[in-house]
Design a protein around this ligand. Structure first.
Ligand code: ATP
Ligand code: MG
Length: 220
């Protein structure tokens, strides 16, 4: 028998004004699985990712993470669950401008009350930013900022990684490195990842590919 799904989302629907962006989407992720989500710009990928993390309200649907219904928790419960179980790589990075690279990466551990310098040093090395540990975000390039965002999403060993175009600003060598890092984290922790990408190369490295097209998810 396959293990129970880590993430089971059903009937996800999002409307803006009178328009339906997507409707009745079902999504399931097994532990260890890397699922690529493709789709044209504006098809709703970021909205779906944000909806899964309850960062943006959905109109209908249920999101079970390890059997727990995220969308039915109160705000404090959702924040706690995100902090402990989710790693999010935002399309626009959302690094904190007044914190150094080291402190940005260590923030998820600090927020959980378990700071861990060794783990932060490991992540700094893993994303190739050891030499930039004490720099501020404004002193980094776009690709370096993206790697800070990836390290921060993985540092606390989340059960589910939601990554919105995490290699969109990277050259092929760094993009490959980040995909390897992601895969290694999934293997080591039995975590799962939903990876939004426009890169055919990144999508080819996933276990499964779906495309958001006309408000529906189809095999890609
Ligand atoms: N708060 C909002 N109000 C109205 N429309 C919105 C809102 N947020 C997003 N949209 C619309 O929903 C659509 C999907 O946006 P979304 O950011 O999810 O697309 P995407 O697939 O991530 O695109 P990209 O590949 O460019 O990142 C867009 O047409 C966008 O304008
Ligand atoms: Mg997007």
């Amino acid at each position: 028998m396959p293990p129970p799904p880590l993430l089971q989302a059903t009937g996800l629907t999002k409307r803006f004004g009178g328009q339906t962006l997507f409707e009745g989407l079902d999504l399931r992720l097994q532990p260890g699985e890397l699922l690529a989500l493709l789709g044209e710009s504006g098809s709703g990928k970021s909205t779906l990712l944000n909806g899964l993390a309850a960062l943006e309200p959905l109109d209908e649907g249920q999101v079970l993470l390890d059997g727990q219904d995220i969308l039915r928790l109160d705000e404090a419960g959702q924040a706690l669950l995100r902090r402990e179980r989710l790693g999010f790589v935002f399309q626009a990075f959302h690094v904190l401008p007044h914190l150094t690279v080291r402190d940005n990466i260590g923030l998820p551990l600090l927020l959980q009350g378990r700071p861990d310098t060794t783990r932060v040093d490991h992540m700094l090395g893993a994303v190739g930013l050891a030499a930039h540990a004490n720099h501020l975000p404004r002193q980094l390039s776009g690709g370096q900022l993206q790697r800070v965002a990836i390290a921060r999403a993985l540092v606390h060993r989340p059960a589910l990684v939601l990554a919105d175009e995490p290699t969109g600003n990277l050259d092929p060598r760094h993009a490959d490195q980040m995909m390897q890092l992601l895969r290694q984290q999934l293997q080591e922790q039995g975590a799962a990842c939903l990876l939004v990408t426009h890169s055919a190369h990144a999508a080819a490295l996933a276990d499964r590919r779906l495309r958001l097209d006309g408000g529906q998810l189809v095999d890609a």
